[in-house]
Design a protein. Sequence first.
Length: 233
Amino acid sequence: MAQALSLTHISHAYGPDVTLSYPDLHLEGGQELVISGPSGVGKTTLLHFMAGLLRPTGGEVRYGELLVNALSESGRDLFRARNVGYVFQDFHLMPGYSALENVLLGLGLAGIRGAAALTRARESLTALGLAQRLHHSPNQLSTGERQRVALARAVAHRPALLLADEPTAHLDPSRGGEAVALLRRTAGELGATLVVVSHDPAVVNAFEQRLELGKVAAAPLPKQPQGAGRVPA
Ligand SMILES: Nc1ncnc2c1ncn2[C@@H]1O[C@H](COP(=O)(O)OP(=O)(O)OP(=O)(O)O)[C@@H](O)[C@H]1O
Ligand SMILES: [Mg+2]
């Protein structure tokens, strides 16, 4: 069951020269948000805060009752393993391993191993149209297929929070549209909250709720019923 995700008063100093600050945002469990904005504005960094991959130097990240930014590194690892599916921009697949093994590795991190993991991994790859590609390694797959393996790995442990960084960056427009549809459908099936980072207008326009970094004044996202509302431009 997806919990509410709230980020408040977030700022981050990457050393003395780069300080990023963010508008507050609040998503109810199961909502969708797209984040856009120019290169270097801090989109990936924001996704990393949500995933517990990085701790902001200021502000709070809350997932339900959990204050994610206050957790230790191992606490954040556990939070991520239990709750988060992350689709990296460049996929982060292990080159020496098959599609199936890549998904099994992800499940292992979430503590799911053995026969149960094998069933899950096969199921999620099959659901993404990769039943004939289970034993191919990433270099034997097309870019779109690698994208789907990365997505299968992100969703196999049934995360409640699905985060995707530029999921269409390597795809042609039609494959890009499919990838976003797949993310939304998968999140919908899991009842997961979905946050997508993209600079692609076709992707941005597909979402009702949008946060454009670098443009929005430091104002909170309005708290509105599920699916409603947009960030004021
Ligand atoms: N590890 C780091 N050390 C120092 N500065 C960093 C580090 N990671 C990111 N930055 C800086 O923080 C800023 C935001 O980076 P981030 O990767 O979040 O941007 P982005 O919006 O995702 O950009 P892009 O659209 O190009 O992916 C950039 O100016 C970047 O140079
Ligand atoms: Mg980025």
